[in-house]
Design a protein around this ligand. Structure first.
Ligand code: TMP
Length: 202
């Protein structure tokens, strides 16, 4: 691979994104990072966003906090890495805002796209790997965990989020790769590597 590549992982909570992002970053010798919380400022924003005791945070405020996290992340981590010739593998991206705050919280997806395009200075992930998880499995996993503010948002919310990811993935198959998140870590990794190899990314 010659030029640096910007890849984001997307999907529901506990779908295995973080594990697969770390494996891919190692394979590509890429910078491994995440949204939200990929910078010191972002970590503080993330703490508020996930805090169950934060009541009445409006969807617009929530969306703007994720955009602020992203602007800082672009300036501090993603931009410098790409400019320096390193690829970037990020656990989530602006597509999470479109899925969670757009489809999930029902804010206007086009408005969110404009706000986020501005926040990241139009530096979008070139490839998005969507780990798709069957609906029953998402519900099951959410029952097993102690829930944070997002996880506690209810089944209908999470259903809208996952459908949002599916809609975005099927609407832009040049950028998105959908991978079944079931199967062992090795199996999922093999599917990701095969898809990226086919596209000439690896
Ligand atoms: P994670 O630890 O699985 O990445 O979880 C992050 C949570 O934050 C997850 O519930 C999705 C949510 N989130 C948004 O709602 N909007 C965003 O823009 C991002 C990046 C995350």
């Amino acid at each position: 691979m010659t030029s640096p590549h910007y890849i984001a992982f997307e999907g529901a909570e506990a779908c295995g994104k973080s594990t697969q992002a770390a494996l891919l970053a190692t394979r590509m010798d890429a910078v491994l990072t995440r949204e939200t919380g990929g910078t010191a400022v972002g970590a503080r924003l993330r703490a508020i966003l996930h805090d169950n005791s934060v009541m009445n945070l409006t969807p617009r405020a929530e969306a703007l906090m994720t955009a602020a996290d992203r602007a800082q992340h672009l300036a501090e981590v993603v931009g410098p890495a790409l400019d320096g010739g390193r690829s970037v593998v990020s656990d989530r991206s602006l597509y999470s805002t479109l899925a969670y705050q757009g489809y999930g919280r029902e804010l206007d997806v086009e408005e969110l796209t404009i706000i986020n395009d501005w926040a990241i200075n139009a530096c979008w992930p070139e490839t998005v790997i969507f780990l798709d998880t069957p609906d029953e499995l998402i519900a099951e996993r959410l029952q097993e965990r102690e829930l944070d503010r997002f996880e506690a948002a209810g089944e209908a919310f999470h259903q809208r989020v996952i459908e949002g990811f599916r809609t975005m993935a099927s609407g832009n198959t040049e950028r998105w790769i959908t991978v079944d998140s079931r199967g062992s870590i090795d199996e999922v990794e093999a599917s990701i590597v095969a898809a990226l190899t086919e596209r000439g990314v690896l």
